[in-house]
Design a binder for this molecule. Structure first.
Ligand code: SF4
Length: 330
């Protein structure tokens, strides 16, 4: 007799067949250099929405760096330039480190080897092994974790328990589509805020659907307020920028900061809102004479360098403001 797990797997696959996001390019098994394309998509999709990756980042990156070899030979600025606006730039730098390690040998096929590479966690290793190489492995990302918690009614489960449940659920006859189906179920049906249990293909197997509140995981605080004071210093058609050495923005160019006390007599050209990690920033932008930022490590760049330098997403917002105010004319 068919077990409950087999029935659940079949229901999931039937649903995926007609409702899954099959057209996502990294799911296309004929895409050239498939494991590499899957790796790039998985790294980009960490912390970034599918729509953004699809429309603005995935294809330009693959066009410029079609394989590990070209990526390993690029300069850090070239890579960061294509990552510009995606945020979490450590991902791009780790990708390049990985490319340097694997350029000659190729990407490993096994999750156990992939997980030893820079920037690759257990989920990404499993996803690349399964979606890039058809390996029969399970893994747990935030979407799959939510489904497992609800499906098995698990209260604050340890990662080990979640991995055991994912292994138990794995459809060994079709792990590729099974794992894609779980990712889509989490993104489209078993969503964090409003799960659609009434149309869920695995509803009849779900032990937690009537206890969703009790199974909710705690959200990370994301709304700490902070103010930032930025200097816009333009002189002889050149603009002052600082190359960041902070972990989050390492290697990217930003506008120099000034102290709040130095801003009182300066011309304020606007206040921008910007969110990063757990902070909601109010960014105050000032036209600043050079001596106010004399102690900072800024450099002057020609205005046309703004279209070639890797810039932080905050710097890109400031540039838009300067364009609107017609302050970037040579
Ligand atoms: S029945 Fe509801 S809670 Fe259970 S897996 Fe489906 S959508 Fe999620």
């Amino acid at each position: 007799m068919e077990s409950q797990i087999t029935k659940l797997q079949n229901s999931l696959l039937v649903w995926y067949c007609s409702n899954g996001r099959h057209s996502l390019p990294w799911r296309n098994k004929t895409i050239p250099n498939r494991a590499y394309a899957v790796l790039i998509s998985e790294i980009m999709l960490q912390q970034t929405q599918v729509k953004v990756v699809l429309e603005r980042y995935f294809f330009p990156f693959l066009e410029k760096f079609p394989d590990l070899e070209t990526l390993s030979q690029a300069t850090e600025e070239e890579v960061l330039r294509l990552w510009q606006g995606l945020g979490y730039y450590t991902r791009a730098r780790n990708l390049q480190k990985l490319a340097k390690i694997c350029a000659k040998t190729g990407l490993p096929k096994e999750a156990e080897s992939l997980v030893k590479l820079p920037g690759i966690g257990a989920y990404t290793a499993g996803a690349v092994a399964c979606f890039g190489y058809n390996q029969c492995v399970s893994f747990v990302d935030s979407n799959i974790k939510r489904i497992l918690i609800r499906l098995f009614a698990l209260k604050n489960p340890a990662q080990k328990i979640l991995e055991e449940k994912a292994r138990l659920l794995l459809n060994k006859k079709d792990s590729f589509n099974h794992n894609q189906a779980l990712l889509d179920l989490g993104a489209l049906i078993c969503t964090a805020k409003s799960p659609k249990c009434e149309i869920c293909p695995i509803s009849k197997f779900c032990q937690g659907k009537n206890h969703l509140q009790a199974l909710a995981t705690k959200k990370q605080m994301r709304n700490l307020k902070k103010s930032l004071y930025l200097a816009i210093c333009i002189k002889d058609s050149k603009i002052a920028l600082v190359k960041s050495t902070q972990k989050l923005y390492y290697g990217l160019y930003n506008f120099p900061e000034i102290l709040q006390k130095d801003s009182t007599k300066l011309q304020n050209i606007g206040i921008l809102k910007h969110a990063y990690t757990k902070y909601n920033l109010s960014v105050h932008c000032y036209i600043v004479p050079q001596h106010i930022i004399a102690n900072s490590k800024f450099k002057f760049f020609p205005l046309d360098a703004l279209s070639t330098l890797p810039l932080s997403s905050l710097a890109l917002k400031v540039i838009k403001l300067l364009e609107v105010k017609s302050l970037l004319k040579p």
